[in-house]
Design a protein around this ligand. Sequence first.
Ligand code: SAM
Length: 240
Amino acid sequence: MQIDVFTLVPHAFAWLTEQRPVATVLGTELDLRLFGYRDTTPLANGQVDDAPYGGGAGMVLRVDVAAAALDAVYGGAPDHRVIALTPQGRQLDQSVVAELAGEERVTLLSARFEGFDERVVTHLCSDAISVGPYVLSGGELPAMVVIDAIARLLPGALAEGSAERETFSPELEGGFEYPQYTRPSEFRGWGVPDVLLSGDHGRIENWRREQSRARSVASVGSTELDRSGGAGLAGAGAEA
Ligand SMILES: C[S@@+](CC[C@H](N)C(=O)[O-])C[C@H]1O[C@@H](n2cnc3c(N)ncnc32)[C@H](O)[C@@H]1O
């Protein structure tokens, strides 16, 4: 898969490219290309934005600058999806990520300051995506969120089986993953559910499925952290 990102801050992506799973699939399953608007701007002195018509605070990314950047790379309108990253877009969730991961090529356009001249979104993009109902200072973090989430779904990105039973996976009916524990089995009086130490794989499997379902139901509309050590558990050391 090829992901092209247009940004004012290409160097911001250095960290992402060094981290797994992106680093694992880069050069094989994933071709990530970064393009700076300033490198192709038709304006003098690297100008890319301008004051909004009608007045108001901030600067707006110009449509001629975005068009020049796309023309320089694709020689016209590309025949794949060109996605504006904006808080006003369709909200990203795991099904949108899976949809994007199924594409051969995707282009992400990010802005900063006041955002895009609206004509960038309406004339140069096929769709618009938001990473959540809040406003960030630029599209670089949203682009990295999209890239990382896609990379996890590409072949070879993760250890065998680790994505199959993750939160939102079909294997868990789109719900949350069950609680996970590791050594030590006792820490500051905080235990681990006995069933996980039982060695009984059938019971462990049943417990995990119950926990996943209970957590998913309990989480609907809730922003509170479940500190019980697992939904439906009286305490972390409780037997299922
Ligand atoms: C400060 S924001 C602009 C917000 C815009 N003035 C508005 O009120 O909708 C600057 C840029 O950051 C990116 N951005 C900010 N929040 C985002 C979000 N939740 N999802 C996707 N991109 C976002 C977009 O590229 C946006 O154009």
